[in-house]
Design a protein around this ligand. Structure first.
Ligand code: NAP
Length: 283
């Protein structure tokens, strides 16, 4: 689909790149010649992924243990990365999600999601952007991974939808503020893509499983990781150099079919207390 060297020489940080869609994007970037850094909290998960991807792609991949909720940790990570060689591209992918009745959410649960998605994306973006701007580096890109709920709203996903809507606002603000400095900010809005993380949190069997889900998608299937990874490669490549401040939806048409409430959670409006109890995370 792309020239094999589409991203040759680009240095890319993928937050949350040890698992799920972050891992799939990291893999595609490596296949296209980029040098990739993946970060996350669980260093064992990062190390295993890095080893597997280095083997399968032959590419150069590093890991950085970092909790993006902690500003000093983000600064230290960026300092280390830039000391070796400045980044060309940042992918804000790390996220958390809680599916729950909003009036029953604790402040801790709300903060947990906002801190990772909203604050973490802002810390990473500012830490990279400041270094690019101070050094006069141009042709840089920030790609953020959003959710359909950030565009349409969706019941029971309030902290995530709020946080991702904030990241979309950041994307649009910085497109104008940093565009003249040669930095593009873009976003992807994925529909359902099976990952262990998303499926365990968002698609409990209690919701009817994949069979019910695909009925809500006009193409009658969920997304494939390669489809999202290819879009993520195109958007950060020089071929997309005139795309700035936009969020591209990749969801098989789901958002249009559901007419809002993109996470498909409306069906949960009639749930009983017992059904909610059954999916409550047990700690
Ligand atoms: P996932 O596998 O659970 O990935 C989340 C990643 O974020 C993990 O690697 C996790 O690693 C990392 N992370 C979480 N908290 C962190 C923190 N405080 N600091 C650093 N890293 C942190 O989920 P996914 O499904 O691939 O989701 C990837 C992205 O796509 C997310 O932004 C999600 O909102 C978006 N998305 C996914 C879907 C879908 O259907 N899969 C749909 C719409 C949007 P550690 O736990 O080791 O830190």
């Amino acid at each position: 689909m792309f020239q094999a060297d589409l991203l040759k020489g680009k240095r890319i940080l993928v937050t949350g790149g040890g698992t799920g869609l972050g891992r799939s994007m990291a893999e595609r970037y490596l296949q296209l010649g980029a040098k990739v850094v993946i970060c996350g909290r669980r260093e064992d998960v990062l190390a295993k992924t890095a080893e597997e991807l280095a083997k399968s792609t032959g590419g150069e991949i590093e890991t950085a243990g970092c909790d993006v909720r902690v500003p000093d940790a983000v600064e230290a990570m960026m300092e280390n990365i830039f000391a070796k060689r400045p980044l060309d591209i940042l992918v804000n992918n790390a996220a958390g999600q809680i599916l729950a009745q909003t009036h029953k959410m604790s402040s801790r649960a709300i903060d947990a999601v906002l801190n990772i998605v909203l604050h973490g994306s802002a810390y990473c973006t500012v830490a990279a952007g400041r270094r690019w701007i101070d050094a006069g580096l141009r042709d840089r890109v920030v790609l953020s991974i959003l959710t359909v709920s950030s565009l349409t709203g969706a019941p029971f996903t309030v902290p995530s939808a709020m946080a991702k809507a904030g990241v979309l606002a950041m994307t649009k603000c910085l497109a104008v503020e940093w565009g003249p400095k040669g930095i593009r900010t873009v976003a992807i809005v994925p529909g359902p893509f099976p990952t262990e993380g998303a499926w365990s949190r968002l698609m409990p069997a209690a919701r009817g499983g994949n069979e019910e889900l695909v009925k809500t998608i006009p193409l009658r299937r969920v997304g494939q990781h390669t489809e999202l990874a290819n879009l993520a490669a195109f958007l950060v490549s020089d071929g997309a150099a005139f795309i700035n401040g936009d969020a591209i939806v990749i969801d098989g048409g789901k958002m249009l079919q559901s007419g809002g409430g993109g996470a498909g959670t409306q069906a949960m409006l009639d749930w009983s207390d017992e059904q909610w109890e059954a999916i409550r995370p047990k700690r």
